[in-house]
Design a protein around this ligand. Structure first.
Ligand SMILES: Cc1cc2nc3c(=O)[nH]c(=O)nc-3n(C[C@H](O)[C@H](O)[C@H](O)COP(=O)(O)O)c2cc1C
Ligand code: SF4
Ligand code: SF4
Length: 265
């Protein structure tokens, strides 16, 4: 089976899962090519040549990040088997199923939706009950995720029907989270900024998937089209990017270091 696996990853978790899933599928005999939506324009994907299409992305409040949603909108209509994988720090609900709906409306046949639990990359004030995963707990997450990906690969290879999360609880919880997110996002947009410890190294501007940073006079300035993938916030070498004044307390609001302790991408 020739599989095209399309993904977005903010801080490396989904990229980590995609890499392992591709390896497992190849071991089962599939021919898999993975495409980051940041590296390959949707118009360059040869969907017609694939036997199955996979999508993978992080859960952002029970939805896919807009940058990935827009990318999926550009895929051509096709009568192809489709699987959708999310990564979430705590709970994914119906996210995979919900994000795949625009594709099913264009002919794709969704046979598998599943989440892989990965370390949480999102920890800001008012979310103190859901802390970022401390580095010492990351290896356990990765071990569990490896086992989960192995099981999922077998199901995908066999095209076994497995729709996780689209039950009544998942759908209701998902709808509630999606409804509440826009207010939260507007507040975040108003507060996100780089503080005076910014050295103007430019990493954020080079790696933001939405070009939301601009360097002016050796300082990073925030623009307003951020999708809160948390890449810059977590990986700025100075921890200069703040969600509010409180996140300057970096021992409390610690930054996620990525699944393998290094910046992504
Ligand atoms: C804006 C935002 C919202 C998030 N919402 C959720 C959520 O609703 N449930 C959850 O379990 N994890 C949530 N997370 C955590 C991420 O889904 C999780 O850490 C994911 O594996 C990150 O993947 P990535 O490294 O590929 O970006 C959220 C993260 C961000 C940045
Ligand atoms: S990555 Fe951090 S230090 Fe570098 S320019 Fe951006 S905000 Fe400044
Ligand atoms: S500004 Fe930072 S959090 Fe927002 S989209 Fe860019 S890298 Fe992601």
């Amino acid at each position: 089976m020739n599989v095209g696996l399309i993904y977005f990853s903010g801080t490396g978790n989904t990229a980590w899962v995609v890499q392992r899933l591709a390896e497992q599928l190849r071991a089962l005999g599939d021919d898999v090519t993975a495409f980051s939506c940041e590296d390959t324009p949707a118009t360059q994907l040869d969907v017609a040549a694939w036997d199955a299409v996979g999508i993978a992305f992080p859960v952002h409040s029970s939805f896919a990040a807009p940058v990935f949603r827009d990318y999926l909108q550009q895929l051509p209509a096709a009568d192809k088997p489709l699987f959708a994988i999310t990564t979430a720090g705590y709970w994914a609900g119906d996210t995979a199923w919900y994000a795949a709906q625009p594709l099913t409306r264009r002919g794709y046949r969704l046979f598998l939706c599943a989440n892989v639990l990965m370390p949480n990359n999102f920890f800001i004030p008012k979310m103190d009950v859901l802390p970022v995963t401390p580095p010492e707990r990351v290896p356990r997450f990765l071990e569990r995720a490896t086992r989960r990906v192995t099981r999922l690969a077998k199901r995908i290879h066999a095209r076994e029907r497995h729709i996780q999360g689209a039950d009544i609880i998942g759908r209701l919880g998902g709808a509630l989270q999606r409804w509440g997110y826009s207010t939260f996002e507007a507040k975040m947009l108003a507060r996100f900024s780089a503080d005076e410890t910014c050295t103007g190294c430019g990493w954020c501007a080079q790696h933001c998937p939405t070009q939301s940073w601009e360097l002016r006079d050796g300082q990073a300035h925030f623009l307003d089209h951020c999708i809160f993938c948390m890449r810059c916030y977590n990986f700025c070498p100075m921890q200069a990017i703040q969600a509010t004044d409180k996140t300057r307390r970096t021992t409390k609001y610690r930054r996620y270091q990525g699944p393998e302790g290094q910046r992504y991408p």
